[in-house]
Design a protein around this ligand. Structure first.
Ligand code: HEM
Length: 220
């Protein structure tokens, strides 16, 4: 326990925790975005997929516990790393080098904060039904929840904007996490940079397709 604590106390330790928990998150969003595409196959397809996921309490809660732990560790390490690097450089750079940072890396903190707000509102919207912008919610009928929700312009817009933040976060997070974990060496144009870009675009497109298709009337 002492060694684990000492490892986590270091900046490298926190970066490894961020990398591993980030990759767990990416695994989840890949599966979740694919599952969501079942909306295009109609109510029966997505509703029976949802019933299957909820059919085993052990599977559902096993997954939920892993995800909750990953999110808590990821956010805690991010906040602590930010504080550590600010404390190490209290005055800040006189002139930042814009070349050094991509849009994605610069938006990591704000995008991450938006995603955290998104996840909370999203669970209250589609999982618990606490927030009902369309006035309807059924635990058995995910299809109707999705279609009713995304007919409202500001709900669809909130999801579309959040998915842009997700795309940037996944792009930067995917390639920087493999480096933090130490799997890949640094190189100017590594292959995993391009793989991360392709992954981010595919995840963004799969998620964004659903609110756009409902709002435009393609899925009704
Ligand atoms: C347009 C994008 C998205 C759509 C349409 C969508 C749709 C849904 C739906 C319908 C559910 C409820 C499933 C059910 O009750 O069977 C759900 C649950 C959930 N979604 Fe999403 N989702 C989207 C994006 C995301 C993103 C980007 C994340 C994470 C970063 C996410 C995380 C979750 C989580 C954690 C749950 C709760 C799973 C559970 O414990 O039951 N979703 N989503």
């Amino acid at each position: 326990m002492g060694r684990l604590r000492r490892f986590y106390a270091s900046m490298v330790g926190k970066k490894v925790v961020m990398g591993v928990t980030g990759l767990i998150g990416i695994g989840f969003v890949i599966l979740h975005s694919l599952g969501n595409l079942l909306v295009f196959r109609g109510p029966a397809a997505i509703n029976s997929y949802s019933h299957f996921l909820k059919s085993s309490c052990e599977l559902l809660w096993g997954l939920r516990i892993v995800l909750i732990a990953a999110v808590i560790l990821h956010v805690t390490a991010a906040v602590q790393l930010t504080r550590q690097s600010r404390a190490a450089r209290p005055i800040g750079y006189v002139k930042r080098d814009p070349q050094a940072a991509t849009i994605a890396s610069r938006t990591m903190r704000w995008g991450g904060a938006l995603l955290l707000v998104f996840i909370v509102l999203h669970i209250l919207h589609f999982t618990t039904g606490t927030i009902r912008p369309a006035g309807v919610f059924s635990h058995e009928d995910v299809y109707t929840n999705v279609v009713a929700g995304f007919r409202i312009w500001w709900v669809a817009l909130f999801y579309v904007v959040s998915m842009i933040a997700l795309g940037f976060h996944v792009f930067h997070g995917a390639w920087s996490s493999v480096r933090s974990i130490g799997v890949s060496p640094e190189s100017p144009e590594p292959l995993h940079h391009r793989i991360s870009l392709a992954l981010a675009i595919l995840i963004w497109a799969a998620f964004t397709a659903v609110p756009v298709a409902v709002f435009s009337g393609l899925v009704r």
